[in-house]
Each structure stands twice: as structure tokens, then as C-alpha cells.
Design a protein around this ligand. Structure first.
Ligand SMILES: [Fe+2]
Ligand SMILES: [Fe+2]
Length: 166
């Protein structure tokens, strides 16, 4: 029973680690292209996924297991914003499906603490999906203007914080 929970928790750690890497990669590239709003969203989401790893790892150690800190996937080198949001949305959907399933498996094994962790994660991943979905809708609605506005916003902030240009 414990072994099964430890296996599922470690699979989640691997997926969360892949998400941390992928979202940080998206963060760097949005930042580089001047899209501050999206850069911030990917960075904040990556940090939340890291906190998920912490929750999972604590539970694994409590159950007497070992934390395999290996990402389940390599980083995909995507530079296009629309593709980033699509991939982020797909990753969140997969996590929601897996964690719902694994919560049920833990319940069947009478491990309600692990079940609760998976349920808590489902709520966060649904929120992440929703955030990416909103940005995807904005991108579709406003097209390139959506990205141009983010770049303009950055220039404005730079000039306001540094009015003399020094
Ligand atoms: Fe997560
Ligand atoms: Fe997430």
C-alpha cells in the first residue's frame, strides 16, 4: 500500500519537475522578448510547481520512501508564445487527469493523506490551466497587439523608473 503511494507521489514529482523546467524556459524567453506579463505568469507558476514538489517530497519521506528527483520530460525549445500557452495548457490538463486518478488510487489504498495532497494539487493545476487559457483567449482576440502592448508597457516602466535615460 505504501509502495504504491510512494510510486504515484514520485511520478508526480517527475511531472512537476518537468513543469518547473519548462515554465522557467518559457519565462526566460518571454522576458527576453519583452513580454513582462507572460514572463511573470510563467515564473510564478514555476515557483508554485516547485512548492508542489516540496509537498510531495515531504509525504514520500514520511512514508519511508526516497525522492527520485528526475524530470519526466526534456525541455521543449519553444519560442512562440501561442505554442507556449498551448503546451502549458496541455501539461496542466494532463496533471489534472493524472492527479484525479491517483487521488482515487490512494483512497482505495486507505492513504487519505496522499489523496488529500493530490486533491489540493488538482485545484492548483486547474487554476494554472485557467490562467493560460485566459492569456490564450487574449492572444486570439487581440493578436499581435496583445504582445506589442506588453513590450510598450515594459518601455514605459523603464522610462518612468529612469526618466533621464541614465
Ligand atoms: Fe503542480
Ligand atoms: Fe500547474
Amino acid at each position: 500500500m505504501k509502495e504504491k503511494s510512494i510510486e504515484l507521489l514520485n511520478r508526480a514529482v517527475a511531472d512537476e519537475l518537468a513543469a518547473v523546467h519548462q515554465y522557467m524556459y518559457f519565462h526566460f524567453h518571454c522576458d527576453d522578448q519583452g513580454y513582462d506579463l507572460l514572463a511573470g505568469l510563467f515564473r510564478r507558476t514555476a515557483i508554485e510547481e516547485m512548492q508542489h514538489i516540496e509537498l510531495l517530497a515531504e509525504r514520500i519521506l514520511f512514508l519511508g520512501g526516497e525522492v527520485d528527483l528526475k524530470a519526466s520530460a526534456e525541455v521543449k525549445k519553444i519560442h512562440n508564445v501561442k505554442e507556449m500557452l498551448q503546451m502549458g495548457g496541455a501539461m496542466e490538463t494532463e496533471s489534472v487527469n493524472d492527479y484525479n486518478k491517483w487521488a482515487n488510487e490512494c483512497a482505495q489504498n486507505a492513504d487519505s493523506a496522499s489523496k488529500k495532497i493530490f486533491e489540493r494539487l488538482v485545484e492548483d493545476e486547474e487554476r494554472h490551466f485557467d490562467q493560460y487559457d485566459v492569456e490564450m483567449e487574449n492572444l486570439e482576440k487581440f493578436g499581435d497587439n496583445y504582445l506589442a502592448l506588453q513590450s510598450i508597457e515594459r518601455s514605459k516602466n523603464i522610462s518612468l523608473n529612469n526618466p533621464t535615460g541614465e
